[in-house]
Design a protein around this ligand. Structure first.
Ligand SMILES: Cc1ncc(COP(=O)(O)O)c(C=O)c1O
Length: 407
């Protein structure tokens, strides 16, 4: 068998990605998985899509089944511009918005268009694993900035920028952040925008979960506050369905032009059928019909998970309180190691993602990301009971006694 090891590019060794492969591979039967940020299939509007897809194939095959322009179909870009205006209070110009194949493609395009090896990118600590992998694969120098309960510590970023740090961009997920579930308050949004304007640093805003607030409320996006300074990546994966593989990039025309050029060497265009589905579904008021039920489902899943955590977790554990999205971030006592604990958790029938892959260079071994999107409410309760059992069995009680005894 030929060995192609030496054939692979150097950057293939920079990617990591074991954790992501584990998430995507799924789990053994009987294991309750709180790993992936997958939308709940109960939210997929299958009946409407059944009819709509059939109609598009029947009546619009020449467009929906054909290649589209690189930036997306004009009519779809029109629709997305209308939608930005409706949901974010500002309408992008034609040159300020393109259609992408999901949010992940926008991350790849940003790397291709902006990052040379060694360029600095500021990321939240912790941040979205897919983004960290894309940035590492582009050989960027990642600069993590700490978060607190209100998201990115903009004051700490200010110190770094004032000390001379010049990143290519600051990557942030302002609402229901992956992995922590935290949201950046309005004051901090304004501060971040002012700071980056002063230092002429581009902000890369990822709004993947924005439309899934539990109560339907939302804060102004960074892009709406500073459209000349912010490149926004959006996706229909969480609010519609990931199989449609559709998203958008909205931002300064010069940046969008470079993303469009880069897209010519990736997929050349997002799928026409998905573009037309989003447009037709959206124009017919589909999102207004569909999203309230999706929000209510995730809110009630969070209520179930939160109740179970309060009931079963040891007092020393803490977790974030998301107001939307799919995720919460659990912090265990310092002595606990969520990576080492994982086999015991799997044996007990519960899966989670431990903290280190979300941190640049590791760290956060006593932290865990829990997704509440997918399991039923009863399953979430059982999963937490199992997890709490593993946490209690772990050297935790002993370590705690030791540390108390030592004091
Ligand atoms: C914060 C964030 N950005 C982007 C993505 C990727 O989205 P898409 O499925 O549209 O590529 C995800 C998916 O999990 C995400 O959590």
């Amino acid at each position: 068998m030929p060995d192609f090891t030496d054939t692979f590019a150097r950057r293939t060794r920079l990617r990591g990605g074991e954790e992501l492969a584990t998430i995507l591979a799924g789990n053994a039967p009987g294991v309750l998985s709180m790993t992936g940020g997958f939308p709940n299939p109960a939210t997929f509007p299958t009946a409407e899509l059944d009819e709509l897809t059939a109609r598009l194939v029947r009546e619009d095959a020449a467009v929906a089944m054909q290649y589209t322009p690189v930036a997306g179909l004009d009519r779809v870009r029109e629709y997305l511009a209308d939608r930005q205006e409706q949901l974010q209070g500002r309408r992008p110009q034609r040159a300020e918005l393109i259609v992408t194949s999901g949010g992940m493609e926008c991350l790849a395009l940003m790397c291709q268009a902006l990052i040379d090896p060694g360029d600095a990118i500021v990321v939240e600590a912790p941040s979205y694993l897919g983004a960290l992998m894309a940035f590492a694969g582009a050989e960027a120098e990642l600069v993590p900035i700490a978060m607190d309960d209100d998201g990115l510590r903009v004051d700490m970023l200010a110190e770094r920028l004032e000390a001379g740090l010049r990143p290519k961009f600051v990557y942030t997920i302002p609402e229901y952040q992956n992995p922590t579930g935290r949201t950046l308050p309005l004051e901090r949004r304004r501060h971040l925008v002012d700071l980056c304007r002063r230092h002429e640093v581009l902000i890369f805003e990822d709004v993947a979960y924005r439309e899934l607030s539990f109560d339907g409320a939302s804060l102004p996006t960074l892009w709406s506050l500073a459209p000349d300074l912010v490149l926004q990546a959006g996706t229909f994966s969480k609010s519609f369905f990931p199989g449609v593989r559709l998203g958008w990039a909205a931002g300064p025309a010069a940046v969008v032009a470079e993303l469009t050029a880069a897209k010519q060497t990736t997929d050349q265009c997002a799928g026409g059928l998905g573009q037309r589905l989003v447009e037709e579904y959206g124009r017919s008021g589909g999102f207004e019909r569909h999203l309230p039920a999706a929000r209510a489902l995730y809110a009630s899943h969070w209520a179930a998970l939160s109740g179970a955590l309060k009931l079963h977790m040891p007092q020393e554990a803490a977790w974030t309180e998301p107001t939307g999205g799919f995720l919460t971030w659990l912090t265990l006592p310092e002595e606990l190691d969520a990576v080492a604990m994982r086999p015991a958790a799997l044996a007990a029938g519960v899966a989670y993602v431990p903290g280190p892959p979300f941190h640049v260079g590791g760290g956060g071994r006593n932290t865990i990301r829990l997704s509440f999107s997918h399991l039923t409410e009863n399953e979430l309760e059982t999963a937490v009971e199992r997890l709490a059992g593993v946490v209690r069995e772990h050297p935790y009680d002993k370590l705690l006694q030791e540390s108390r005894g030592g004091r």
